[in-house]
Design a protein around this ligand. Structure first.
Ligand SMILES: [Zn+2]
Length: 448
């Protein structure tokens, strides 16, 4: 018999959903972790015989799955959770969001992002893609919480609180990207806001920057019928052909929303290799319509999942978002057999890793990141259990998450965040609320 090889940590999992190439699920599974990576993944008997570690984590009453990847949010907008609901998009933005964002400051972004990270870790998300202002301050929060993120400073053609011109934004992104070069947890992206808040030149310059720095390029695209109407009026094209004609649909591109689209749009995206971030609950709450995500997947388009912000979704819970993705497509297609649980879990894990250009995420197989979450198999809402992937997509609400790990470190366990005590979390919420309710706004439109 071979001597066991050393590793940092062994985990015994009651059920281990690996999301490996074969989508293997192990009952009584095991993981060996070393230097923040998965060294071995398989039946506990094999993994524990082949490895030894100074400690073993007993998750034998847990369903362990890869940490979920939320591909689109504006994390700091937790400040707006529940501030104004049940309004049309433009009324919500102009009357409630923009007047407050006109006073946006680095410390608000830091506080709001800490709160967002806490919410995401407690509901099984280990990495997120972000688009906002003052992203270096988001990075401080992400690193403190021990989470991962791909942070895209928003690019707009008008002045913001963070910079006055798009050129300054580009310089800012380049400096920020350089400062994150050695970070294991934070990567950067280029994130022009939308076709209606940028000029064609700014879009093309932003893409050239993404190419030069080899970063993901992400944009809100075809979110609503009013966006399409505006794009047609300004540029004589629908948003997707407009982006295609500018040369901006490539495998580097991540199109967020893709609700108001037609057959030509789908063909253009499928031919380009661009990915889509599907945000079903934001689309529903703003009544923007249905993203035909099953049709996108059938066309071979890489699909990922995102929550959008706590402003337009009110929570950043990927377990709830997965269920919404499946149910919304079934309603949209009037067909309960479409958008099966396994394809939804793929979008929330492997799809997210692809969309953010981070292939080590989204699976628990040798060489991948030791990013995982563990659901309580004794929770009444998960009993009885026939099929683990079904429970993950259709039954789990987030309340079952007992532990979340990033790069081999426990970052959430049983209601506690090692990096953020509860009294500080409550203090952050008080700070954000006071800021949001302060009526002394100036008139600079900032972000949405
Ligand atoms: Zn968004």
């Amino acid at each position: 018999m071979q001597t066991p090889s050393p590793c940092d940590l062994l985990i015994r999992a009651g059920i281990l959903v690996t999301q490996d190439v074969q989508r293997t699920v192990h009952f009584d599974g095991g993981l060996a972790i070393g230097q923040g990576l998965i060294i071995a993944s398989g039946p506990w008997s094999e993994v524990s015989a082949a490895h030894r570690a100074p400690q073993t984590l007993d998750l034998s009453r847990r369903l362990v799955l890869p940490g979920l990847v939320n591909t689109h949010t504006h994390a700091a907008m937790t400040a707006f959770r529940g501030l104004a609901d049940d309004l049309p998009l433009m009324d919500w933005l102009t009357d409630h969001i923009w007047p407050v964002e006109a006073r946006l400051a680095p410390e608000i972004v830091y506080a709001g992002t800490l709160l967002a990270c806490a919410e995401m870790l407690a509901s099984g998300t280990t990495c997120f893609g972000d688009m906002y202002l003052f992203e270096p301050d988001s990075a401080r929060a992400v690193q403190r919480m021990g989470m991962r993120a791909v942070l895209g400073e928003g690019v707009l053609s008008f002045p913001t609180r963070a910079y006055d011109t798009p050129q300054q934004a580009f310089e800012h992104i380049e400096t920020f990207t350089g400062s994150m070069r050695d970070s294991l947890l934070v990567r950067t992206a280029v994130a022009p806001h939308a076709v209606y808040t940028t000029t064609p030149e700014v879009l093309q310059d932003s893409f050239a920057l993404a190419e030069r720095l080899d970063l993901p390029w992400m944009i809100h695209a075809a979110e609503s019928a009013s966006e399409t109407a505006e794009c047609l009026k300004q540029f004589g094209k629908r948003p997707v052909p407009y982006l295609a004609d500018l040369g901006l649909l490539t495998p580097r591109s991540l199109l967020v929303h893709m609700v108001d689209i037609d057959e030509t749009d789908i063909r253009l995206v499928a031919e380009s290799g661009a990915g889509v971030s599907h945000n079903p609950r934001s689309n529903m709450k703003l009544a923007n319509g249905f993203c035909p995500v099953q049709q996108l997947m059938d066309a071979g388009i890489p699909v990922a999942l995102g929550t959008d912000s706590a402003g337009s979704n009110n929570c950043l819970n990927m377990l709830a978002e997965m269920k919404a993705m499946a149910l919304l497509q079934k309603v949209h297609r009037a067909d309960p057999t479409v958008t099966k649980a396994a394809s939804v879990l793929d979008a929330a894990t492997l799809g997210g890793a692809h969309a953010l250009g981070w292939p080590e995420l989204g699976r628990l197989a040798p060489g991948s990141a030791a990013d995982l979450t563990a659901l309580d198999l004794d929770h009444p809402g998960l009993l009885p259990l026939y099929e683990p992937v079904s429970h993950t997509v259709y039954s789990a609400t987030g309340a079952e998450v007992r532990l979340t790990m990033v790069a081999g470190n426990i970052v959430y366990q049983d209601g506690q965040f090692p990096a953020l005590p509860q009294d500080e979390l409550n203090g952050l919420a008080t700070l954000l609320k006071q800021w949001a309710l302060d009526k002394t706004a100036d008139d600079r439109r900032v972000f949405a």
